[in-house]
Design a protein around this ligand. Structure first.
Ligand SMILES: [Mg+2]
Length: 196
């Protein structure tokens, strides 16, 4: 039997990019409050510092290199990779950041590699796969999730909870195709329990 396929976002799911931003700014004596990020486009909220500083840090390679993994249990990750085919699904701005992300993808033992620049959501090869195999997306961006659920008939998505993605209501038009989870560990446990 073909294993179900998981596409897993990195930033905001597996890797804590906002923590990377915090570290970069701290080195420059600037305090940043990640919990103040309450919209996905970094427009609303109180960051505890100048918003432009946050944008600058987000553009720096150093920030990507400093971003740590979120906490998860190694034994859950092992089971997760045994039961599912897991591929990273992530976008970065340039080759240097891609190199750093690829290192993290390989470290955690996922398949795939970062896409560079503007990505058309759901490349054709993935779209094809989604019509044939049970496929899941783990993601923190509601817009990406919406695209997946609209464009593919049998996928399901797990939205990893953050202050910046609260606008998605508990009851959505996607019904049980969309589930909100606390974090990556929670996502793995849910998928293992219900689909493996
Ligand atoms: Mg993300």
């Amino acid at each position: 039997m073909v294993k179900p396929y998981i596409f897993c976002d990195m930033d905001g799911v597996v890797v804590n990019l906002l923590s990377g931003v915090k570290k970069t700014l701290k080195k420059n004596g600037i305090t940043f409050n990640p919990k103040g990020v309450i919209t996905y486009n970094f427009m609303g909220g109180d960051y505890g510092c100048d918003r432009q500083m946050v944008f600058q840090a987000l553009g720096m390679t150093e920030t990507f290199a400093e971003a740590p993994f979120y906490e998860f249990k190694d034994e859950t990750l092992k089971k997760f990779k045994d039961k599912f085919t897991v591929s990273a699904y992530t976008l970065v701005a340039d080759p240097e950041k891609a190199r750093i992300r690829l290192g993290q993808i390989q470290k955690i033992g996922f398949r795939g590699e970062p896409q560079i620049g503007a990505m058309k959501f759901i490349p054709p090869v993935i779209g094809q796969l989604c019509t044939q195999t049970q496929t899941f997306l783990i993601e923190d961006n509601p817009a990406t999730i919406k695209d997946w659920l609209d464009l593919t008939p049998i996928t399901q998505a797990l939205l990893v909870d953050h202050p910046y993605n609260q606008e998605v209501p508990a009851e959505t038009p996607y019904g049980n195709r969309l589930k909100r989870v606390k974090n990556f560990q929670d996502a793995m446990e849910y998928l293992l329990k219900n689909f493996s």
